[in-house]
Write a protein that binds this ligand. Structure first.
Ligand code: FAD
Length: 469
């Protein structure tokens, strides 16, 4: 190393675990200016920009960190926004540890931790939200060509923003009454405050995007309606929000919810403000969450905050195989969530009123690796036992959302119902492009954004090719 730098990254302050386990306020509190400058000073400003290559939307990371080093916060904010219209969101929820930070040169040095790029992105995005109000006059002149975007998640919103910047008249059609997709209805307030989501998303109106809410496309309007209304190209970013349930006796009982329904009730319908909000969740005393991914962590931590006395995560593999982000798992443990590893539900038992009262589980052991490369869980015979619960939340995955795709003739889907696209995100219908979870299956916010951006560039080329020569 040419110069001495701190080997350890600057710690991000968090709410005390005992306090935060009972409130919905944000867990991570963000860097102070001093923290940000201390962390920015660790960046080596490498010539070979591995971190930029590791970012799916290619944020010029060394540049914005240099600008923080020079206290040019407005410059740093502009640099980030040039590539990422949702930086306060990405700074909070991107799995940086497997992307930009995973390839940071500093992280390769013995005993050194990578630069905390995500925390710096969050710092500068929050600085921008406070000090650099969006410029509503910066809207480009419309070129008169209408484009429809279906779904207002990160894929659709990014695609819409990019196309509007190129001058297209973009309308986003969204089924819910709020924008943001999973950012709004899935990821809980304590990880991603909804005011931040709405503020970043609303910034898109500054580049001229129009929004049409409460439109379940495929039911309200289909592709032919859109074509009749003069839309020349369509981007589909409807996500993969169809819940999957275990095929075991008792899943039909009251008190068995999909994680999607549970989180939507709490985040979108504000069940945590009941009775001030109309929607409630009957949480009971003991909650079992089935699964081991981020969605399971979010569900468990949400259940705790709603007042459950005991929340357990039931996962059929071991701690090592858990797909959840390490940080989310550690936060869950700190807050008092119990983990039942190598345990799988076999039955949900109900009372005379048809309400879930217990789960029967069996112990598992790990066998040979399966197709995913993870060791396959194998049943331990005779290990069944019963655990009393009041609520069971299924967080074992989701599937393609079929509402729009199933009423679109000629649209080629793969065997699981996801839209097939070429490398330009173009579907079997030349005017229809797609990206995000409806193409890849459940993935990440930043990969959905990258797909939206790639599709926008390809749609621009396609629309230019339609112009009379
Ligand atoms: C609980 C949870 C936690 C997660 N945590 C993280 C995390 O920490 N970090 C991370 O990177 N990723 C996380 N993910 C994954 C990430 O959120 C998704 O990969 C990402 O949101 C996908 O974006 P998308 O735009 O493809 O779809 P979505 O975000 O699902 O958005 C699709 C939008 O389309 C709308 N829609 C659907 N059908 C129609 C229709 N017929 N008509 C009109 N609109 C329609 C939906 O209402 C929705 O608004 C999480 C996912 C969940 C569920």
């Amino acid at each position: 190393m040419a110069r001495a730098v701190n080997k350890k990254r600057t710690v991000m302050p968090t709410q005390d675990p005992h306090v935060r386990a009972r409130n919905f306020n944000e867990v991570a509190l963000g860097f102070t200016e001093e923290d940000a400058r201390t962390e920015a000073a660790r960046c080596l400003q490498c010539k070979k920009r591995n971190c930029v290559a590791g970012c799916p939307v290619e944020v010029p990371i060394p540049e914005f960190i240099k600008e923080i080093q020079n206290r040019d916060y407005a410059g740093a904010f502009r640099t980030v926004m040039g590539k990422n219209l949702l930086p306060a969101i990405c700074g909070r929820v991107c799995p940086q540890e497997t992307q930009c930070e995973a390839v940071c040169t500093l992280g390769k040095v013995k005993d050194s931790e990578p630069v905390a790029i995500g925390r710096l992105e969050r710092y500068i995005a929050d600085w921008g939200r406070e000090h650099a109000p969006p410029d509503h006059t910066a809207c480009p002149m419309g070129n008169g060509v209408k484009v429809a975007v279906i779904g207002a998640g990160p894929a659709g919103l990014t695609c819409a923003g990019e196309l509007a910047r190129l001058g297209y008249e973009v309308t986003v059609f969204e089924a819910f009454h709020k924008l943001g997709g999973v950012l709004t209805y899935g990821i809980p307030e304590f990880r991603l405050p909804k005011a931040i989501v709405q503020q970043e998303v609303q910034n898109l109106t500054c580049v001229g995007v129009r929004f049409s809410l409460n439109q379940v496309m495929g039911k309200a309007l289909d592709v032919n309606d859109l074509k009749e209304k003069g839309f020349k190209a369509i981007f589909v970013g409807v996500g993969a929000g169809l819940p999957v349930f275990m095929k075991i006796p008792g899943v039909e009982l009251n008190g068995v919810l999909s994680a999607n329904e549970f989180l939507t009730r709490v985040n979108l319908m504000k069940a945590y403000e009941f009775p001030r909000a109309d929607t409630m969740v009957d949480i009971g005393k003991r909650v079992a969450v089935v699964g081991g991914g981020n969605v399971a962590m979010d569900s468990a931590r949400t259940a705790l905050r709603l007042g459950a006395e005991e929340v357990m995560v039931v996962y059929r593999r071991s701690e090592e195989e858990m797909p959840a982000r390490r940080e989310e798992y550690e936060h869950a443990v700190e807050e008092g969530i119990r983990f039942l590893f190598l345990t799988n539900p076999t039955k949900i038992l109900g009372d005379a009123e048809g309400r879930a009262r217990a789960i029967e589980v069996q112990s598992m052991t790990l066998g040979e690796p399966d197709k995913s490369g993870r060791r396959k869980p194998v049943v331990v015979p005779g290990s069944e036992k019963t655990i009393d619960v009041d609520l069971v939340i299924m967080a074992i995955g989701t599937q393609a959302n079929p509402l729009f795709t199933k009423v679109t003739p000629g649209l080629k889907l793969n065997e699981w119902g996801y839209i097939e696209v070429n490398e330009r995100m173009q579907s079997s219908l030349p005017y229809l492009f797609a990206g995000g979870d409806i193409v890849t299956g459940s993935a990440t916010v930043i990969s959905a954004m990258a797909a939206g951006r790639k599709a926008a560039a390809a749609m621009h080329e396609y629309l230019q090719s339609l112009k009379p020569k």
